[in-house]
Each structure stands twice: as C-alpha cells, then as structure tokens.
Design a protein around this ligand. Structure first.
Ligand code: TPP
Length: 280
C-alpha cells in the first residue's frame, strides 16, 4: 500500500466506520495501481465533512472542493481529461442536502465516474444536525422537537433520475472493495451508497441485523421496476422488527456515456490524452 498511503494521520473518531470505507478503498486501489503511471490515471474528489477527509488519507491527485459540489467537480475533470478514472466521495449532507440537484443530473448525464456517498444520516462534522435522510423523530440541538419531514430515499431518487449503476453496501472493508470493483467494470456513472452509522451523532441502529443481500436473494439487477420495488423496501426511517434493508447492486444497465456523446471527448479518449496535452 506504499503508493496509496499518505503521512496524514486520520482525525476520525476511534472506531468510526469511515476507517472501514478507507480500508476498502485502499484494497481496491492497491489491486488497480501497480505503478506510478496507474496512480496518475486516477483522480479523487471530495466535498466537505468527515467523509471528505478521506481526501487526505489516499495518495491520489484530485480536488478537495466545496460542500455539495463533488459531482460537478468530477464531471469537470472528466471533461478536462476523459481518460482519468475519477472517484468522488461525499457525506449524505453533502450529497443529499447541499448538492442533491447535481446528483439528479449526474444520473441523466451518465458521465463515467464513480460517486461514493458515506451515509450516516447526519451532518457529523458540524456535530449532529439532521440531513435530508435523517429519520422522522431524530432529535438534536437544532431540532429539539424532532425531525418532522420524511427522509429522502436516495436509491429511489437515483433510479428515477436514470442512473445506470445503483448500489448500496454496509461500511465494511470487504463490501466496499467488492462494490468498487463492480463499479469499475461499469462504463458510466456509478452511484454507491455506503451505510456508515456515525458512532457519536447517529449511532449504529443494528443495521447488520436487518440487511439482506440482493444478489444472494436472486434479484435481477437488469430489471428497473424490480429495482424500484427493492428500493421502496427501506425508507430510511426508524428500524423495527420487520425492517429488511436490501444491500448490493439494485440496478445496472450499459448505456452510452456522456463522454461517448461528444466527438471531442471521444477523440481525447481514443488518443489517451487530456486537453492540456493537445496542441491547439
Ligand atoms: C456551503 C457550505 N455549507 C455548510 C458548510 C458547513 N459544513 C461543513 S461540514 C458540514 C457537515 C457535513 O456533513 P456530511 O456531508 O453529512 O458529512 P459527514 O461529516 O457526516 O461525513 C457542514 C454543514 C460548509 N462548509 N459549506
């Protein structure tokens, strides 16, 4: 992992599930990156928040940008050099509250980058305000009477918006590594939600007891209507005895990518170059 590590010590809380995500990401990159050239082919983009600190712990070129703006930054990089393999990371506040409009269009555009959302159902770095996916009744100092608005269902949203790869996994090293490998094989936009309970501001509500594996259950990931049905099984509200949370790949379809729609980008792709390498 020499190439992938940085010298920066993580400032996440001891025991934070972000460490599992980081380890999964590093395992994935370690298999993909064999030399300096491979490393140069990757770019990392993050927003702001605990999740986004991953930027400092992975030795890749990239941009630690603005809160809520991971998606347009990834798209900008792809337009600048469609050959780069771009990984975007955001918290749920970043992805679903501040930057949700970009997510809708990323699904429509189908640009070939991978978007990983660490969903802890809370604005963690700013110490616990509810996000768009906090459950009804969630209480914090800013919301003492509890959340009164139903949470957004991101899986339903991205499916409805035309995403071509939709997955949800737990913040577990092996699951993160697996889903990144599957997403890497996909040509086009990949939406990956990682359920990552915040041990301080939104503690683990026993997700592990409620999950089941979509692929083991025989789910047909090419069937969009079935994917929607599975998405509706969990509404991000409080878990009860009957709650079952599907995990794995909900949907996958190969479609023309954003880059393939524009001849100039296709030419760059064929030439293995970015704009800055082209003499004008
Ligand atoms: C435009 C903008 N709005 C608000 C903030 C303040 N802010 C910084 S981190 C953060 C919370 C991030 O929460 P989330 O994206 O869910 O990530 P987490 O910390 O939970 O991993 C907020 C609201 C900011 N930096 N910029």
């Amino acid at each position: 992992m020499k190439n992938i590590n940085t010298k920066t010590l993580p400032t996440w809380c001891p025991g934070c599930f972000n460490f599992q995500i980081l380890a999964g990401v590093k395992n994935f990159l370690n298999k993909q990156i064999k030399n300096e050239r491979d490393r140069e082919n990757y770019a990392i983009v993050t927003g702001i928040g605990c999740a986004s600190k991953i930027f400092d712990y992975v030795n890749l070129n990239g941009l630690n940008g603005l809160h809520g703006r991971v998606v347009p930054t990834c798209l900008g990089i792809k337009i600048g050099n469609p050959n780069l393999k771009v990984l975007g990371f955001a918290g749920d506040g970043d992805a679903y509250s501040e930057g949700v409009e970009h997510l809708v269009h990323a699904c429509r555009y189908n640009s070939d980058f991978k978007y990983i959302v660490h969903n802890n159902q809370v604005f963690a770095l700013t110490v616990g305000q509810p996000t768009a996916v906090s459950e009804l009744g969630f209480v914090d100092k800013t919301t003492p009477a509890g959340v009164k608005i139903n949470p957004l269902n991101p899986i339903k949203l991205v499916l409805a918006s035309g995403a071509t790869f939709v997955a949800r996994v737990l913040a577990d090293v092996k699951q993160v590594e697996w889903v990144l490998e599957e997403a890497a094989k996909h040509r086009g936009f990949a939406f990956i939600e990682v359920v990552q309970p915040c041990i301080i501001f939104h503690p683990d509500s026993d997700y592990k007891k409620h999950v089941y594996d979509l692929q083991e259950s025989g789910h047909d990931k090419t069937d969009w209507k079935k994917a929607i049905e599975r998405a509706l099984e969990f509404d991000y509200n409080k878990l009860d005895d009957k709650t079952r949370i599907p995990m794995g790949i909900f949907y996958q379809k190969q479609e023309e990518t954003f880059e393939e729609k524009f001849p100039a980008l296709t030419r760059l792709k064929r030439a293995g170059k970015g704009w800055r390498d082209i003499k004008r």
